[in-house]
Design a protein around this ligand. Sequence first.
Ligand SMILES: [Zn+2]
Length: 197
Amino acid sequence: MPMISPSIPTISRRLHNGRLLLTPEDPMAAIPGQSLSGQLLDAGLIATAAPGNGMRFASGKRLFEYIGFTGCAVQFGSALDQTGRLAIEIEGPLDAPVLRYGRNSRPPRCAQCQRPLPTWREQIEQTNSGDERLLHCLGCGAEAPGWSWNWGRHGGFGRLFVNLEPVFPGEGRPLPALLTLLAQVELGPWRYFYVQD
Ligand SMILES: [Zn+2]
């Protein structure tokens, strides 16, 4: 019987299994993507984009000052769009706040009564694609835009995102230096969460 390495298949499967998203806490906040990418490039979070790659970047030289990785063996390199390599994408600004969520997302909590909303997926899917994304609390009856609910680390609204993938939920965490850097963008404080498609 040949020896089977237990780690390699597991790691590669998990690496494609999630995304870390950062977005301003203010769901309306946005600046042009070029402005944000310039600041992140200067700070060494991202590297210069390859021609034709738009707003998708390889990680910069100072990545490890900004993101703390645990429990995974991410490969870093300049080649983009190869399996297993970390890519950083700037998305937006979008016309209106958009919900990013996935199979890992959990019921958001009502800002009024703190109760989780078990029917959130149905309510989101029934809502028109316009700006009126009111969610109705089954606990206290409050109706409020989706972005005023507490989504924890499992989803959230925004008009501007910095997406890092692949990052398995919880295995890549923004360090204080990154949140400080993003606060200097002058859109207020940022939050982060994880999405698994
Ligand atoms: Zn409520």
